[in-house]
Design a protein around this ligand. Structure first.
Ligand code: ATP
Length: 302
């Protein structure tokens, strides 16, 4: 028996980063959007764990041992069910690694729902969400999907209403950015007084109201990301990439999460195709993808 599940990439339409907490994490307020770029995970019987990776990041950035989040997901689910962690886990990646799109989190979420069925653990949704939160800040959202407000370090998620689908073009760079390095750069810029100190978290209300009203113009005006300044600082060419997206006709563009992916908001599906074609021809990005969201979170598909 084999079980296949898929889970989406995310874009942060709002990412407010508070001060560094005593536990080493920053307090966040974020509005997540699940978009139509999916990784697929197929699990089957095995003795112990064996992980394989194909597609984006295979043979490079993405480990196949216990450093892979899918391995850790399997171990935690098995431990919580009091059973041995026996499975083969094949990860087919379309979401680039270290791109600010929560690819590893998507894989972990897909693994949880797939193994839950394969092993018959029948974990309650709340149990899976608890395991997800232990795995990483973005994993609970990868399970939930849709649009959600994230609190804490992003792991406390609650659904948000979106009246209409939104369309985006993702510009993906050649080389990833390490999330911890981007947070460290933010702390450094704050200490140097070069960006606001984050003592007051910016309100998420602008983005949430724009989604509720289905207003693309208001959404374009409300997009914001506190990690954009440190991402620019580490990757100065990202400024040009953002400008290329708005020059190509996007309503607005921002760095997704810790970057370096650029998420460009466009009017509709036709604009997405047009802007994607211009950006692909501009040679600023390695890969350009037209996506839409919200889409569902991690789901068994076969
Ligand atoms: P986020 O947006 O949640 O900060 P990200 O999209 O920038 O994350 P990921 O693709 O999730 O980054 O992975 C970051 C690092 O995690 C990779 O460089 C890799 O070393 C490690 N990793 C562990 N498991 C995975 C996985 N299944 N897929 C990709 N990377 C993984």
């Amino acid at each position: 028996m084999r079980v296949t599940a898929r889970a989406p990439a995310k874009v942060n339409m709002h990412l407010g980063v508070g001060p560094l907490r005593a536990d080493g994490f920053h307090e966040l307020r974020t509005v997540y959007l699940a978009v139509s770029l999916f990784d697929t995970v197929t699990v089957g019987p095995g003795e112990g764990l064996a992980v394989s990776v194909t597609g984006e990041g295979a043979g490079g950035d993405v480990p196949t041992d216990r450093r892979n989040l899918v391995w850790q997901a399997a171990e935690l689910l098995a431990a919580s069910a009091g059973m041995p962690a026996d499975a083969t886990i094949a990860v087919a990646k379309a979401i680039p690694a270290a791109a600010g799109l929560a690819g590893g989190s998507a894989d972990a979420a897909a693994t949880l729902v797939a193994l839950d069925l394969l092993w018959g653990t029948r974990a309650a949704p709340g149990d899976l969400a608890g395991i997800a939160a232990q795995l990483g800040s973005d994993v609970p959202f990868s399970l939930l999907g849709g649009v959600a407000l994230g609190r804490g370090r992003g792991e406390q998620v609650s659904p948000v209403l979106a009246r209409r689908p939104t369309h985006w073009v993702l510009g993906i760079a050649d080389e990833g950015l390490s999330t911890p390095a981007v947070y460290r750069e933010l702390d450094r810029l704050r200490e140097a007084g070069r960006v606001p100190d984050g003592a007051e978290l910016p309100s998420t209300e602008g983005v949430i109201a724009a989604l509720r009203n289905g207003s693309p113009a208001a959404l374009a005006a409300a997009l914001s990301n506190d990690l954009q300044a440190p991402a620019f600082s580490l990757r100065p060419e990202l400024r040009r990439a953002l400008r290329a997206a708005t020059d190509a006709g996007a309503s607005a563009a921002l760095v997704s999460g810790s970057g370096p992916t650029v998420a460009a908001l466009v009017e509709d599906e036709e604009a997405a195709v047009r802007v994607a074609a211009v950006l692909a021809g501009a040679g600023v990005f390695r890969t350009v993808r037209a996506v839409q969201g919200p889409v569902a979170g991690a789901r068994v598909v076969a």
